[in-house]
Write a protein that binds this ligand. Structure first.
Ligand SMILES: Nc1ncnc2c1ncn2[C@@H]1O[C@H](COP(=O)(O)OP(=O)(O)OP(=O)(O)O)[C@@H](O)[C@H]1O
Ligand SMILES: [Mg+2]
Length: 498
């Protein structure tokens, strides 16, 4: 046995994040840790990796009781972790981040930059990651940062490697590469702990599963004998349909039209239209220009140009303020960076976009704010004590839910959802889809970017596929993953993450 945890506890003030964490990891196995948003997965991993210290319980490493005071101590015995939130140094290069804290030294103890660049290049090239060693990290997309974290974690002899949702922002191709890395490590005898909310990944990667619910380990079993239905039951504690099915609504007026729309260099000559009641999917590989298109429509790209109509009237959108006034909402991809006020309460985050809507004169604002927050916490099952907690203290998935509810409580007419279910647990995904369906039924138009093809197929009325900045084709909602991939990859994609 590599790692054994029993009865592990962790409290943050009054919040009990973990109260009975148990886990056993053997060398050469891929161990999935599953559970709803806020179940305590990341907390448990951070205890293993020495970022947090446990308040109680036992943790053994190769049979001996251990206490890691910091990540360096955990690294010393061979534990590395790829974090859910990027912990990279934003102003440094990709190569510098990969070797941060263990820079290669040349003669006289000077840092050997050339050697570091060279080694980083080799590492990136070996896995065909669309990165350049000299790029600055703060200019990378979430996917790019994730790949840098992975390079950082896999570079030296590790006995236990923890992946906390490594693929949540990655495309198919990159996900396959990560799987390849995981399998290679496993075959070399490394123990791997893997966390994901993507159901379709589980079977192809996991050997064993441990399920956490409300801070407690409730089950552990070999993947081969565990059915998907019982896995979900252990996680959620109730029956949940793994599949969502949406009844389309007859489309109404045209709510959004873009014509020959360009946002150099990522978006070229895009024309599309979304009608009231429609959910239109936007598929494509990373770097195909989907996020850039949404950002440009929302007024975030000053260089964007082309025709734009909202509710059949020509619109001039030069800033997000114009966009909001025109009835647009953008649920951004990088919610850690742009969507959330981490230091402010959940209630402020949920209602901030809609404060005017709540009360133009500020009267009754507090009361309404409380009521709206409570309703949203209930609807999306946001795991917290009260709406007064700081949003930045929530678990990763619960932060995502806060950003989503912030925009839906505002009452926009055209929604641009960029990877809306990223990092969100299985129970809440269905809630998010139901919210989208309800918006559409009430006459909103929705454009939804998603790399989760099974989800696009469940939710979208039709699917536009982007490739290299252009619309490569349109498919009906009832198409197949293969058809989408065929359109998305017709030529070799010049994927760029910067
Ligand atoms: N630093 C902190 N301060 C206060 N509360 C925290 C802190 N870190 C985690 N928590 C709380 O502990 C609980 C468990 O959080 P954790 O991040 O471990 O969940 P998770 O299972 O990783 O969820 P997700 O799937 O959303 O990433 C949550 O209720 C969270 O709000
Ligand atoms: Mg987490």
């Amino acid at each position: 046995m590599l790692l054994e945890m029993k009865g592990v506890e962790k409290r943050f003030g009054g919040v009990v994040a973990l109260r009975g964490g148990a886990l056993e990891v053997r060398p050469g196995e891929v161990h999935l840790v599953m559970g709803e948003n806020g179940a305590g997965k990341s907390t448990m991993m951070k205890i293993i990796a020495g970022m947090y210290q446990r308040d109680g319980g036992d943790m053994r490493w190769r049979g001996e009781s251990v206490h890691f005071a910091n990540p360096v101590e955990a690294a010393r015995v061979g534990i590395a972790m790829v974090h859910q939130e990027s912990l990279l140094a934003p102003h440094l290069s990709v190569a510098e981040n990969i070797f941060l804290g263990r820079e290669i030294q040349g003669r006289f103890g000077m840092i050997d930059r050339a050697a570091m660049m060279e080694k980083a290049r080799r590492l990136i090239g070996e896995h065909k990651f669309p990165l350049q060693a000299e790029w600055r990290v703060d200019r990378l997309s979430p996917a790019g940062k994730q790949l840098v974290e992975i390079c950082r974690a896999i570079q030296n002899g590790t006995s236990l490697l923890i992946f906390d949702e490594p693929t949540s922002s990655l495309s198919e191709a990159e996900t396959h590469e990560v799987f390849k890395i995981v399998r290679t490590l496993r075959d070399r005898g490394t123990g791997v702990i893997y966390i994901t909310h993507r159901m379709e990944e589980l079977r192809s990667i996991g050997d064993r599963v441990t399920v956490l619910r409300d801070g407690e380990t409730v089950h552990s079993e070999a993947m081969a004998t565990l059915t998907t239905a019982s896995m979900i039951r252990y996680m959620v504690g109730r029956e949940v349909a793994a599949l969502y099915h949406r009844e389309p609504v007859p489309p109404g007026a045209e709510m959004l039209r873009v014509h020959n729309f360009c946002a150099p260099p990522s978006v070229r000559d895009v024309s599309l239209s979304v009608r009231a009641g429609e959910i239109v999917g936007l598929a494509g590989l990373i770097g195909a220009g989907r996020t850039e298109l949404c950002r440009a429509i929302f007024g975030l790209d000053p260089a964007a140009h082309g025709g734009l109509w909202i509710e059949e009237k020509p619109a001039r959108i030069r800033s997000p303020r114009d966009a909001v006034n025109a009835g647009l909402a953008l649920i951004p991809e990088d919610r850690q960076k742009t969507g959330l006020a981490r230091e402010l309460p959940i209630s402020w985050n949920v209602t901030m976009a809609g404060l005017d809507a709540i009360s133009p004169f500020g009267v009754l604002r507090r009361q309404r704010e409380g009521a709206i927050t409570a309703a949203e916490i209930e609807r999306l099952r946001i795991r917290c004590d009260t709406g007064a907690q700081k949003a930045g203290r929530l678990s990763g998935g619960n932060q995502q839910k806060v950003v989503i509810s912030k925009w839906i409580s505002r009452g926009a007419r055209v929604f641009l959802f960029d990877e809306p279910t990223r990092g969100i647990d299985i129970g809440a995904k269905v809630e998010v889809f139901e919210v989208m369906d309800k918006l559409a039924r009430n006459g909103a138009a929705i454009l939804m970017v998603s790399s989760e093809l099974p989800e696009l197929l469940q939710v979208a009325d039709r699917i536009l596929v982007m490739r290299q900045g252009r619309i490569a084709g349109e498919l009906p909602g009832r198409t197949t993953q293969e058809e989408i991939m065929r359109l998305a990859t017709l030529e070799s994609p010049e994927t760029q993450l910067q």
